[in-house]
Design a protein around this ligand. Structure first.
Ligand code: ZN
Length: 244
């Protein structure tokens, strides 16, 4: 009889006590109800395959994760890398009323974080490579996703608010307009408002005679590794410096 009870108990999906206890340990409050409301998602994520990827979720200890997300305690500042399931299952993120609100909020924040990453990637390619090797469709998609990120219906160069323009430069390059050269700003502006200029330039360059094409390729190669290094820096910065 006792064995049966044990088997039945085993079949009941266990409330993962480990995750809950760890969360309480990491939180300022001593109760589960308090602990689950003390956290926010920082906007940072890591995909499996990067060097820094943690082996396990720091709450439930799950090892087979594809992505992890960083959470921060809003009271004691503690941080942890955890799986998305743990966030959706256990936390009521700061600013959310219910666990359902919290899940929606988290998913929205993850979409924005990924969008920002995409925009930074394309923006960096645009300013670091003479030939960013982007098709017209890719540049249009960049513009559309930029609009989605900014949550505005259309981008009109003539009526573009300076604050929005600064947000555009920040999300696409990691720096505001003060940190960019006129040429860099022009590249981003052309990609958004005159995409044919970017693609046109790439096509012209592909048709250069061999000799000068080598020079251009050499330049591009340098620019590409530069692009990679500033992207890595930007990623690192995104990983460390975030407004509270
Ligand atoms: Zn977990």
């Amino acid at each position: 009889m006792r064995q049966l009870a044990a088997e039945v108990a085993h079949d009941i999906p266990a409330r993962p006590p480990r995750a809950k206890n760890i969360l309480i340990d990491l939180s300022a409050g001593n109760t589960w109800e308090a602990a689950q409301r003390e956290w926010k998602y920082t906007g940072e994520y890591l995909d499996d395959g990067v060097v820094e990827f943690p082996e396990r979720c720091e709450l439930c200890n799950e090892a087979n994760l594809k992505h992890v997300y960083r959470i921060r305690n809003v009271i004691n500042g503690g941080e942890a890398w955890v799986g998305g399931d743990c966030i959706k299952r256990f936390l009521i993120l700061d600013g959310a009323e219910t666990i359902e609100d919290s899940r929606r909020m988290f998913e929205h924040q993850v979409r924005r974080a990924r969008l920002a990453d995409y925009l930074l990637n394309i923006g960096t390619r645009l300013i670091c490579n003479e030939d960013p090797d982007l098709s017209l469709a890719e540049i249009r998609s960049f513009r559309n996703r930029l609009r989605t990120y900014l949550e505005i219906d259309h981008l009109d160069q003539k009526t573009l608010d300076p604050a929005i323009w600064d947000s555009i430069l920040r999300v696409t390059t990691g720096v505001g307009w003060r940190g960019l050269s006129k040429g860099d700003v022009a590249r981003i502006r052309d990609a958004i408002f005159a995409p044919a200029k970017i693609v046109g330039k790439a096509n012209i360059m592909r048709n250069q005679p061999v000799e000068s094409a080598n020079v251009i390729r050499g330049k591009t190669r340098v620019a590409t590794s530069f692009s990679r290094s500033i992207r890595t820096d930007a990623e690192k910065n995104r990983g460390v410096v975030l407004p509270p």
